[in-house]
Design a protein around this ligand. Sequence first.
Ligand SMILES: [Cu+2]
Length: 180
Amino acid sequence: MNLPDHLVDVPDPEITPNSTIHQVEMSGMDEEVAINDKKFDMQRIDDRQQVGNVEVWRITNTNDMEGGMLHPYHMHGTQFRIISRNGHAPYPNELGLKDTVSVNPGEEVKIKVWFNHTGVFMNHCHIIEHEDGGMMAQFEIFDPDNPKTYKLMDMDTLMNAFAKERGVSIDDLDIPGMDM
Ligand SMILES: [Cu+2]
């Protein structure tokens, strides 16, 4: 069986002129992990992007190249293209649509990101211990002609629901990694 010469067209839209360059600095290891020096807070919107725009997100990993950790950066609600890794072209296996990109210690990866839907989405390190340790943020995709307000989950509601589901006292619960 022969493969066709051309399998798929990968979308590659133009970056919206004069749009924001978003900064995501991933730092730390173990329990010290953070994004832009912050732990996750369900009540905080960390970044915003206009729906339909194509914007650059600059992802860095401040870990030391000697003994530091890779952080696989993941975004919900979209698939993105990798523009560059440390100022060079991405690797051949990074030319397709992505929802996660590995960022090694000391590296800077630029991606271009676009969204077709408004809403509140999450971005986080995809190592589950880091994600649980608060290496997570959230951003709003907004439509300036149709602004929305969101009721974001709060810690009391979450803790009470969790305690009820588990049939335990709220005093016996500990959810680490949250900025409270
Ligand atoms: Cu990580």
